[in-house]
Structures are given as C-alpha cells and as structure tokens.
Design a protein. Structure first.
Length: 551
C-alpha cells in the first residue's frame, strides 16, 4: 500500500490520508519527535466537540426550568422526566459508543457523532415553539439529545490511545474536564440566548414569561419576551464548523482500529450501533414512564438494568462481518474484575457530577422558589411562589463549572501520587457533603423562608462538585494504569456509560423525594452509597495485599 508522510514527521510515521499506521507513544524518541504533536492536535480538536456534546445532552436541565417559567402545561414530575430521559438516553448510547473507536476509527467517529448533534439541536428548537404539543414530542427530543451523552465514551476512548501511560491522567483530565465545561457553557449560554431573537424571522416568535426567570447576572422579570427555542438552535453556530475541523484535523490510528474500512463503511457501523441503542432505551422507557408517555409497569431500578443488558445483547446479536469480531473482542473486558470495580468507583465521581448537573436547576426552582407554609390543619403546603427566591438559572452553573475546572487538576495530582488514594479522599469528602446537603434540604423544605438556607446549600453542592471533579481525573488515571492499551479504551467507555446513568438516577430520585416531601432522603441515600465505595476502593487498591496498589 502506498503511503505518504505527515509534514515534518520522521519516515516511521506512515499514513494514508488521515490514517496513521505506526503509533508508539511509549517510545520516548518517537513521542518527542512526532507523537506529541499529533496527539495534542487530536486532543485540542476533541475538547470543543465533547463540550458541545455535553451541552446538547444536558440542555434539558435548563430548558425544563424555563418551560415551568413560561407555563408549559406539564407537571413538575413530567418536567423532571424530560431531564431523566435525556440522561438515560445519553448513558445508554455510551455503551455502543465505547466500542466505536476500535470498529470505526477515531477521526471517523468524532466527526460523525459531532455532526449528529445537529439533529436534536434543530428538533428541540422546533418543538419548543409549540407549547400546545403533546408531552411525547418533548420526550422524543430529550431522548434524541442522548447522542451528546454518548459522545463522551468514544471521545475518551479515542484520546486514551494517543498518549503514553505516564500522561493518561493529564490528557484524559484535560479532555474530560474541559469537555465537561459543556454543562457550564450550556447553563450560561442558554439563558442568555433566550433573551434575544438570535436568528431573526427564521428563529420563530418569542413567548412571554409568566414567572420570574434569570441568567448569570440576575433575575429576568415576568412579562419579558423569551425565545426558548434558541436553547436548541444556538448550537448550530458551533456544531457546523466543529464537524469540518474534526474531519480535516483528526486521525485514525490503525494500530488501534485496523479494520475500519473506508469512511462510508465506518459511518454505517456508527449509525447502525447508535440506532440499535435506541431500541432497548425506548422499550425500557415505555415500560418505566407513567401514562401518557408509557405503561409505568417497571420502577427505575428494574428498567435501567433491563436497558443495559438489552443494549449489550442487541449489539452482540446483530453485529455482522468484521464488526462481529470487533464487538466480541471488546466484550472481553467483562471478564476482568477491575472493569466492575472501576465502574462502581466512576459512578461515585462522574455519576455524581452529571446527575447533580441535571437535577440541580429544577431542584433549586422547586425547593427555594416556593414558600412552604402549613395550612389550617398544620400540613405543609408547597404551592405558593416565593417572592424572595434565588433565580435557579443565575446559580445552577456554578457547581458544574467548579467540577469541570478542577478535573484536570485531579488527573495531574493522581499522576503524581496515584489515583486510588485521591479517589479515597474525595469519596470521604462526598459522604460528609452529601449528608450535610440533605440536612439543609430538610430545613429549607420545611421553612416558609427557604431562601435563608440557599447560601449554605450552594456552598455544600460546590464542595460535592469539586470532589467529584477531582475524582473524575483520578479514576481515569487508575484505568489507564490498570488496563493495557487494547482494553483501556473500551473500559473507559464502559465505565463512563454506566456512570452516566447518574444523569437518569439523580433527577428521578430527587424528583420522587421532593414529590414525597422528603428531598433530604435522596442525599442521605447518596451518602450511604459513597461510604460503601470507600470500602471497595480500599479493598481493591489500597490495602496491604491490594490487587493493584494505588494505580
């Protein structure tokens, strides 16, 4: 096969177009002369693509708050369900996404999955212009936005293949940490773009706020015109140029993805696996969601495993050609006990980060935006608007911002002192902070002036986000050390997929407990889970006879 050379690269780096046939990042001479330049170029293109994926995936956490402010005819539980559906879809799509790099190549995968984000962005902008449309239309768009959540698994799997083990924590921390800024970017950008007719006559007519809203600089008064559809449309401005840059700037590593075929064959594999993932997700949601969106015959803890197992079975049974062999090879990770240990530990960190990011805006609106007063019989009522309520859209971005900002620091520290010791420390912090948040929620939800507890509530949540951000970097560092290069990518994808179900669990659990009048119980339950994971991390990686000592 004829080859060409990358400009300025040594003859050893044989390429054909964007395909690199020789890649040796552990070879110091190769890394310094050629590998570093190529690896960092792919990393810096990957970051904004991942950021947009997080933004599209997480946008329903903000959209639902504004739907409540605009008087969309849905209950609080139905609005929480939209956020939960987006979370579940994104987590489910990470399962096939964790296999895409080996099957289709890095450049092919990142380009196509970035371009795919255009569909939910446009679709969401359309449905939000129609307040009278049925709930299922909004649920469908929330489900479709899961494409953005899936992108994380393929992005992290891809970047892990470019860097030597000694830089895994730093590289993955940069990619994930800056990519996680998609949550913060979305929480800042969406309230801003909803204040202006961003696309003129092409962007549709505004609606009028029925309740006070907000953005990063403070309250927006009721009666203000609002273009809620811009929450979807605004991402077109970044997604189109990003897809072009991905195509012309990224590479496929043939040492990792030897049988991708041409770009069309690679695109068909990606589309096939992503389409298949919607089937078990759709069936599981139909069985879980109450009428009118579903049958309501399964609870969350049954629906979620059903969807995960169904997705894996569909992938295994429907793979064909060279894809069948690749999928079978990837399934070998499930025979390794460390796959399961690191999956649980990553739920502590990323599961908490994304779950709280999804649930926090609407939680602020419901807990602090309402005056909780007893009726004549002494029963607490949670129905009157609180005139002194903090605007959710003004503050909700702070926690995810801190968590994303500190994530690369967590990877860097873990590279210096070991991943598991860092994970142990942050898990202990999260036990205490989660329990404390629960107690503050208890006080606020029983108070006629809940705003008095808001500052302490936000400080504790920022601590939770900071700890989860540091832990994100440390757990990914551990995966890069524990597993070989062939398995590390799929394990990164798999652990991130299961942890991403936090985006489904947190809105459902917090929403259910708010409905029951006991929001503190959700946070107490999370604290118990974090405590159990402290023991798991110590047993596997920190005790005297640990399987792998402080990786």
């Amino acid at each position: 096969m004829d080859t060409t050379l990358l400009p300025g690269a040594p003859p050893a780096v044989a390429t054909r177009g964007a395909d690199i046939a020789d890649w040796r990042p552990e070879d110091e001479a190769f890394w310094e002369s050629t590998g570093k330049r190529i690896a960092y170029r792919n990393l810096w293109i990957s970051v904004p693509s991942l950021l947009c994926g997080f933004a599209v995936w997480g946008m329903w956490g903000i959209i639902t708050v504004q739907m409540l402010n605009l008087g969309f005819p849905f209950s609080q539980a139905e609005l929480f369900s939209l956020t939960a559906i987006a979370g579940l879809a994104g987590a489910t799509m990470r399962i096939p996404a964790s296999f895409l790099i080996r099957l289709a190549g890095g450049r092919n995968t990142i380009f196509l999955t970035t371009a795919m984000l255009l569909a939910p962005a446009i679709g969401t902008g359309i449905v939000l212009q129609h307040k009278d449309w049925p709930l299922w239309a909004f649920q469908l768009m929330a489900l479709w936005s899961g494409v953005g959540g899936g992108n994380f698994a393929s992005s992290m799997s891809n970047i892990s293949t470019f860097f030597p083990k000694r830089l895994q924590g730093t590289a993955l921390g940069i990619n994930a940490g800056l990519g996680n800024f998609g949550v913060t970017s979305m929480q800042i950008v969406i309230p801003l773009v909803m204040t202006v007719g961003l696309f003129g006559a092409f962007g549709g007519e505004p609606m009028t706020l029925l309740k006070d809203s907000g953005w990063i600089l403070g309250k927006i008064k009721s009666g203000t015109p609002t273009w809620i559809q811009n929450a979807g449309f605004a991402w077109l401005l970044s997604l189109v140029p990003l897809a072009i840059v991905c195509w012309f700037g990224m590479n496929n590593l043939k040492t990792v993805s030897p049988n991708t075929g041409g770009p069309i064959a690679a695109f068909l594999k990606i589309t096939w696996l992503y389409t298949l993932s919607f089937i078990p997700a759709g069936i599981g949601l139909y069985l879980y969601l109450p009428a009118p969106g579903g049958l309501g015959v399964l609870n969350m803890w049954l629906a979620m495993p059903l969807i995960i197992v169904g997705t894996l079975l569909v992938m295994k049974l429907t793979a064909f050609g060279t894809m069948k062999e690749g999928v079978a090879a990837q399934f070998q990770i499930f025979r390794n006990k460390h796959t399961w240990a690191m999956t649980v530990l990553y739920i502590v960190t990323f599961g908490s980060f994304i779950g709280f990011s999804m649930a926090l805006p609407l939680s602020i609106k419901v807990i602090f935006g309402i005056s909780h007063l007893p009726d004549a019989a002494g029963v607490m009522r949670h129905t009157l608007n609180n005139p002194n309520a903090p605007p959710a859209l003004t503050y909700a971005w702070i926690g995810p911002f801190v968590g994303a900002l500190i994530r690369p620091v967590g990877g860097w520290i873990a590279d210096k002192v070991g991943g598991s010791i860092v994970t142990q420390i942050i898990s202990a912090v999260m036990v205490a902070a989660s329990a404390a948040v629960g107690y503050v929620m208890l006080l606020a939800y029983r108070s006629p002036t809940p705003e008095e507890y808001f500052l302490l509530f936000m400080v504790l949540f920022v601590v939770l986000f900071a700890a989860s951000g540091i832990g994100n970097g440390s757990t990914f560092r551990s995966i890069g050390v524990i597993f070989d290069r062939q398995q590390a990518g799929p394990v990164l994808g798999w652990t991130s997929a299961i942890a991403a179900y936090g985006a489904f669990i947190a809105p459902v659990v917090i929403g259910d407990q708010i409905k029951a009048g006991t929001p503190e119980m959700a946070m107490y339950g999370f604290a118990v889970f974090y405590a159990l994971c402290l023991f798991l991390n110590w047993w596997f990686y920190l005790r005297a006879n640990a399987y792998v000592k402080n990786p």
